[in-house]
Design a protein around this ligand. Sequence first.
Ligand code: DSN
Length: 478
Amino acid sequence: MSLNAESTAFRSALEVIRAVEPRVADAIGAELADQRESLKLIASENYASPATLLAMGNWFSDKYAEGTVGRRFYAGCQNVDTVEALAAEHARELFGAAHAYVQPHSGIDANLVAFWAILADRVESPALKKAQVRQVNELTEADWFALRRELGNQRMLGMSLDAGGHLTHGFRPNISGKMFDQRSYGTDPATGLVDYDKVAEAAREFKPLILVAGYSAYPRKVNFRIMREIADEVGATFMVDMAHFAGLVAGKVFTGDFDPVPHAHIVTTTTHKSLRGPRGGMVLCGPELADQVDRGCPMVLGGPLPHVMAAKAVALAEARRPDFADYAQRIVDNAQALADGLLRRGAKLVTGGTDNHLVLIDVSGYGLTGRQAEQALLDSGIVTNRNSVPQDPNGAWYTSGIRIGTPALTSRGLGTAEMDATAELIHNVLTQTTPGSNPDGTPSKAKYVLDPALADKVSGQASELLTGFPLYPAVDLG
Ligand code: DSN
């Protein structure tokens, strides 16, 4: 492909948009400029390829396609079938899964599809059986009442939020916390690591229908073989949400006991984090759950997004190339270099390091809350997000942690030397930021004091660090 094909494509697209609503074209251009200039360390973000981005901007967006490949509720879905089947095939091959469902619009949706499939498969409910065989009209009011009671009172065991678990694993701010009777397992207070004996103890006592593994802020590998043994012992369905580390599974950095696909009954993911695809979700499973999973739309999801499925097919094809394995390994090498750089400078890290794509800094070591640290870093051109640490005294809003991840900067080409320089910038900002106070003089968990000249200087250093690693180098918007 010639270098200017990408520039031509994006320039032309913006010209067409500008003719209708110039402010949207300007915002799109500004977003690229902002992303080019910032040191993006948000662990869940990445940069999708131009081919992936372009696959989304077209007439597939106009098509309704409820149902699944070859079994649609709408006519004229032959081309949607092509891209959905391609995305599913790439996903099956990439992850070694028997079945892939590529319609979920997000990670939450993927998890809801999985929860539904597990409930439908596992809950002994005569009313549900009738509903499943489409004898819905034969259900009495009493049947519906029983169905709601039986489905709505099941147990889920997942990782606690402050240990790095995800909201959709049964926590109350999410619908899953209203659907399930949830209990969580934490991490060992001394090491910060998952204690599998404690997970087994909790599972034996609680007897969950679903045991969930997966995280959005745990900086270590999870042994999925052991987790499956625990699930089997208590008769639970084992579900893994690999949204954060799907790229590391795809790139064969997480193999054997650390690859969830051979061990879990069902695996969910997003496609836009370390996997570097379009924003969206996906479910992988064996043949036993495939039929229920395929009922995702219209059971759980609104109409599929064919343009995003097209982009998933492109991104998954990219992830099957040999260079993706190299990319995945570099993500982890970079995270470890970043962690080492921070530790050497005196930062306090949850678990003392990382073996995945993310690092969790306990910023109480700098006398700050996560909120203060996040803003001070942002002022300095470093984009991160605040996050709870285990047993966080500041709760989920202010927090005591900063989560940083390397998938995006690794996509840009930065390596371990630049990670050490990044650690220096972060440490420099955090050591020179102090907590601020409220107007009445009481200490504030949000306000902070940072010399604007230092913030500007660090922003300049961050931009300088990025100059050798242009983002979308072939895209010149003119
Ligand atoms: N919002 C994602 C993250 O940042 O981890 C998870 O849903």
